[in-house]
Design a protein around this ligand. Structure first.
Ligand SMILES: [Cu+2]
Length: 181
């Protein structure tokens, strides 16, 4: 290898080093601008639950799960993600209406997405995962667990039944269940 080839290689390496530093700097600036200026942050809804008695006390008791129209008119579906099922397996929600989905886990980290929508969140034991959304289309949307959570992970799927607004009829207790639809 002669001296000029070595110099060429050194120059090329320096050029690439500059390109890499420029790319990394650009990404850092984008992250900082997105976080500090545009306030685009990961979900920061920090609500704690007690995984050890999740289904026995407080919000995620069995009787409190599913869809309910709250006293203030807010429509909320509460779902427990557990190895290897969602409880309940199906929730009913109206289309073209702001709704809230609240999840918690008593065991390990799960994740959910609602197919055909941008609803997607991790469900971490000890915390409430909350998503606000408006469903635009009616029908049965699959909601699988997308975080590997053990041997039965592939069986872990629920249904979000989106019904036309006019067909969403809560009972006297404000509850709506899939069986009634
Ligand atoms: Cu899971």
């Amino acid at each position: 290898m002669n001296a000029s080839t070595e110099k060429d290689i050194a120059r090329a390496e320096t050029r690439w080093l500059v390109v890499v530093i420029a790319c990394v700097s650009l990404i850092m600036v984008m992250v900082i601008v997105a976080g500090v200026v545009m306030h685009i942050n990961p979900p920061s809804n920090i609500e704690r639950t007690k995984p050890q008695d999740l289904h026995l006390s407080a919000e995620f008791t069995e009787a409190n799960l599913g869809t309910r129209v709250e006293a203030n008119g807010q429509i909320t579906a509460r779902i427990v993600a557990t190895q290897f099922a969602f409880v309940p397996r199906c929730v009913v929600l109206p289309a073209e209406t702001p709704v809230t989905l609240r999840f918690s886990s008593p065991d390990v980290v799960h994740g959910i997405l609602v197919s055909g929508t941008n609803v997607n969140t991790m469900v971490v034991p000890g915390y409430v995962a909350q998503v606000h959304t408006v469903f635009r289309k009616t029908g049965d949307l699959l909601m699988p667990c997308h975080e590997y959570c053990g041997l039965g992970h592939s069986e872990m799927v629920a249904t979000v039944r989106v019904v036309p607004k006019a067909d969403f009829k809560p009972g006297p207790d404000g509850r709506v269940a899939c069986a009634a639809q």
